[in-house]
Write a protein that binds this ligand. Structure first.
Ligand code: GDP
Ligand code: MG
Length: 314
């Protein structure tokens, strides 16, 4: 028999990896770091990832489809429940789980809850102790020991990483790839996300809202992209993409904060989002933003569906 290349150890592997972890642990940052492109919204405010996002990482030997999930946490209201359902559903659809833990904090009850939940699955799990850059060198052995204790009933590999700086990430990609089943390329190698551009645009606007308003307008914001159109060039100017979007808030007071004095806040948000969108579509963007009050949009199932927070149970 003639040995082919594949027999000699260059087997291609592919599959789905769910990123699981508490809100704010750095899942979206890790996705962006691994894919080398901005596909997931990240923010200093917990619980910003609302839609399940698939990012695609293709290397010489593997294609990893990363499923960024909202954090698993105790539900507070309808939107919270949807987030948890979506994270649980993601576990059911993947080949491997990447559990992210907060390296710069002590392990807590929530971590034990997630470890327990994952132990009931048969999937391979690897653990990332993230934000390792924030752990002072002298306390690293202590932090490492605390997390090894948390994982003592498992045989899951533990990786120390910084999703922000990329430290530890190349080794992580190798370790994940090695655990993947053999399989073909499922997406073209230059594709980094399976989300439609409109959804990414909406997420970029929402990210700017969260960045600039922080505590005052926490999670009661949704963004609807109303129209995306090509604007033909006028005279000497270049053609642009015009985007019309509405920011939904729940209360009149939040609308006031978003618009700001003389419209200053909305202008800042719009400028920030416009720059990000230009990178996304690789061309000039004209962005028009409106703010609309829709009382209780978060507890209205119909509204959630309309905004794309689909009700996908396990
Ligand atoms: P998610 O809710 O799990 O998706 O968390 P995000 O990716 O949105 O990150 C939450 C915050 O933690 C952001 O401000 C990130 O910049 C920050 N962050 C994420 N990973 C790291 C890391 O490895 N080191 C440091 N210092 N900060 C990080
Ligand atoms: Mg996130």
């Amino acid at each position: 028999m003639v040995a082919t290349k594949a027999d000699q150890g260059s087997t291609f592997r592919s599959g789905f990896v769910a990123l699981i972890g508490r809100p704010n642990v750095g899942k979206s940052t890790l996705v962006n770091q691994l894919v080398g492109d901005k596909v997931a919204i990240t923010s200093p405010v917990a619980q910003t990832t609302r839609n399940r996002l698939r990012a695609i990482l293709t290397t010489e030997t593997a294609q990893l489809i990363l499923v960024d999930t909202p954090g698993i946490h105790k539900p507070h209201h309808l939107l919270g429940e949807r987030l948890v359902q979506s994270a649980r559903a993601a576990i059911g659809e993947v080949d491997q789980v990447l559990l992210l833990l907060e390296g710069c904090e002590q392990p807590g009850k929530g971590d034990a809850f997630i470890v327990n939940l994952l132990q009931q699955q048969r999937l391979p799990v690897q653990v990332v102790l993230n934000k390792w850059d924030r752990v002072p060198v002298e306390t690293r052995p202590e932090a490492d020991a605390a997390y090894r204790e948390l994982l003592s009933t498992t045989n899951w590999p533990l990786h120390h990483c910084s999703a922000l700086s990329g430290e530890g990430c190349p080794d992580l990609v190798e370790a994940i790839s090695a655990q993947m089943p053999e399989g073909p390329q499922l997406y073209p190698p230059d594709m980094v996300s399976d989300q439609p551009e409109r959804l990414l645009m909406a997420e970029l606007i929402r990210e700017q809202v969260l960045t600039h308003t922080r505590e005052e307008v926490p999670h009661s914001v949704a963004v609807q992209i109303e129209r995306v159109e090509d604007m033909p060039a006028k005279g000497q100017g270049k053609s642009r993409t015009a985007v019309l979007a509405t920011v939904l808030v729940e209360r009149k007071s939040q609308k006031g904060i978003l618009i700001g004095k003389g419209g200053a806040m909305l202008k800042t948000i719009g400028q920030g989002a416009r720059l990000q969108m230009q990178t996304l579509i690789d061309g000039p963007v004209y962005l028009e933003l409106f703010v609309k009050v829709v009382p209780n949009w978060r507890t209205s199932a119909a509204k959630l569906n309309e905004l794309g927070y689909s009700d996908d149970r396990m």
